[in-house]
Structure formats: C-alpha cells, structure tokens
Write a protein that binds this ligand. Sequence first.
Ligand SMILES: CC(C)(COP(=O)(O)OP(=O)(O)OC[C@H]1O[C@@H](n2cnc3c(N)ncnc32)[C@H](O)[C@@H]1O)[C@@H](O)C(=O)NCCC(=O)NCCS
Ligand SMILES: Nc1ncnc2c1ncn2[C@@H]1O[C@H](COP(=O)(O)OP(=O)(O)OP(=O)(O)O)[C@@H](O)[C@H]1O
Length: 205
Amino acid sequence: MRVGLTGGVASGKSTVSAMLAELGAVVIDADKLAREVVARGTPGLTSVVEAFGAELLTAEGDLDRPAMGAVVFNDEQQRRTLEGIIHPLVFERIVALEEAAPRDALVVHDIPLLAESGRADTFDAVVVVDVPTQLQVERMLRDRGWTQQDAESRIAAQATREDRLSIATHVIDNSGSLADLRVRVGEVYAELTAGLTAGLTAPGS
Ligand SMILES: CC(C)(COP(=O)(O)OP(=O)(O)OC[C@H]1O[C@@H](n2cnc3c(N)ncnc32)[C@H](O)[C@@H]1O)[C@@H](O)C(=O)NCCC(=O)NCCS
Ligand SMILES: Nc1ncnc2c1ncn2[C@@H]1O[C@H](COP(=O)(O)OP(=O)(O)OP(=O)(O)O)[C@@H](O)[C@H]1O
C-alpha cells in the first residue's frame, strides 16, 4: 500500500512521519532525498552551480541552503529552475527506494508538494497534515529562527490549505499538542493498515 503524506511548510509532516515509522511504516522522505541529490560532489550540485553560480556555495563547497531559499522563495522563475534540476533526481531515488521496500509494507511518501504535483491519485491514500496558517507561521518563527517574511514567502510558494484538503483521504489536525497528534496518528495508522489487510485478503488478490 502506497500512502502520500503532505502538508504545508512546518505543518508537522516530519513529526507525523517519525510517528508512523515507529508504528512500522516504511517512510520515504522527499525533503531528505532533495538534500541528498545536491550533496557536495554530486552531479545534482554541479547542475545547480551551472544554473545559479558558485556564489550559492558555502566556503566548504556545500549548497548554501538559506541563500538558495532566499533566491527561490522570492522568485517563481528561479524556483521552477531549481525544481527542474532537483525533482527528476528525487523521483529516480523514490522509484528505487520503493522497489527495495518489502512487498507487504505500508510505504509512506512524505511529499511536501504532493498537491502541487497533480499526482495525488497515484497513491492508495493521501494523508494531509493540517494546521491553520497562523500556527504554521508561529512554528516557523519559534523553531527555525525564520522571519515573518521568510515564513510568508514559503507559504505563498505552496498550494493553499484548501487545495491540500481537497486531495485528502485522511486528515490529521495538528493544531493540538504532540500527545494529541500521537493519538490521531495511531488512529490513521490503524485505518491504513486495516485497508492493507483487507487488500491482502480480498478475493482474487
Ligand atoms: C531552497 C532550498 C535549498 C532551501 O532549503 P532549506 O534547507 O531551507 O529547506 P528544506 O529543503 O528543508 O525545505 C523545507 C520546506 O520548505 C518547503 N519547500 C521546499 N522546496 C519548496 C518548493 N520548491 N516549493 C514550495 N515549498 C518548498 C517545503 O515545505 C519543505 O518541507 C530547498 O528547499 C530546495 O532545494 N527546494 C527545492 C527542492 C524541492 O522542491 N523540495 C521539496 C520536495 S521534493
Ligand atoms: N503538535 C505540535 N505542537 C507543537 N509543536 C509541534 C507540533 N507538531 C510539530 N511541532 C513542531 O513544529 C515544527 C514543524 O514540524 P515538522 O518539522 O514536523 O514540520 P514539517 O511539515 O515536516 O516541516 P517542513 O515543511 O519544513 O519539512 C517542529 O519544530 C516540530 O517540533
């Protein structure tokens, strides 16, 4: 069973992924893969430097992520250019990791841009982590040291809350405590794995 997990920036996707992994899901994290494909010494990083210039590297030769963020979250054209380099490389990695997952696993794809991608219907279920926009902003300011402007430009680069909710088969409201979240994640995991068991035992399957 393949599950898409999405939510706005700082909605709590990584927190939910970690809880699902503890419960037994295999998690494939698109943000993590997007970092790996532009790690120092990769062809991906070479392509980024060709497109954006060596001034976007740190003294050590890594991608300067805050500087890159400042460029792409304030200029849609530049963001599309970066996505055009990174997304195909991430997609290749996703396919390889999925092939390596056990056949009976609940595979959860943590994909920040799932609503934007138009690929939601390629998943058996879509879990959306939902929080009010104001709480998203508060958590970004509190936990990441970003400015109000940083937070708002990231939100503006993403689908709206309503767009994401429209692709959901399961919604996880993350406006409460972490303890509340854990309870809700447990419920959703139980529903998803019940679907998995039903699918495995269905006549003719
Ligand atoms: C611009 C970059 C270098 C900034 O790095 P930084 O370490 O500050 O952020 P990080 O990668 O951890 O992303 C944090 C969050 O920002 C949001 N975000 C990232 N990329 C995008 C994007 N292209 N459009 C909208 N939101 C995005 C997501 O909510 C993501 O979870 C980085 O976000 C990046 O390489 N983005 C392009 C690749 C991409 O689209 N990744 C998203 C999933 S594949
Ligand atoms: N219920 C909660 N109560 C308080 N803080 C929370 C809660 N859920 C998540 N957080 C905190 O909010 C921040 C954002 O959560 P997390 O990193 O899981 O979001 P994300 O959606 O994965 O972010 P990104 O889009 O940047 O990848 C983190 O610092 C996390 O610890």
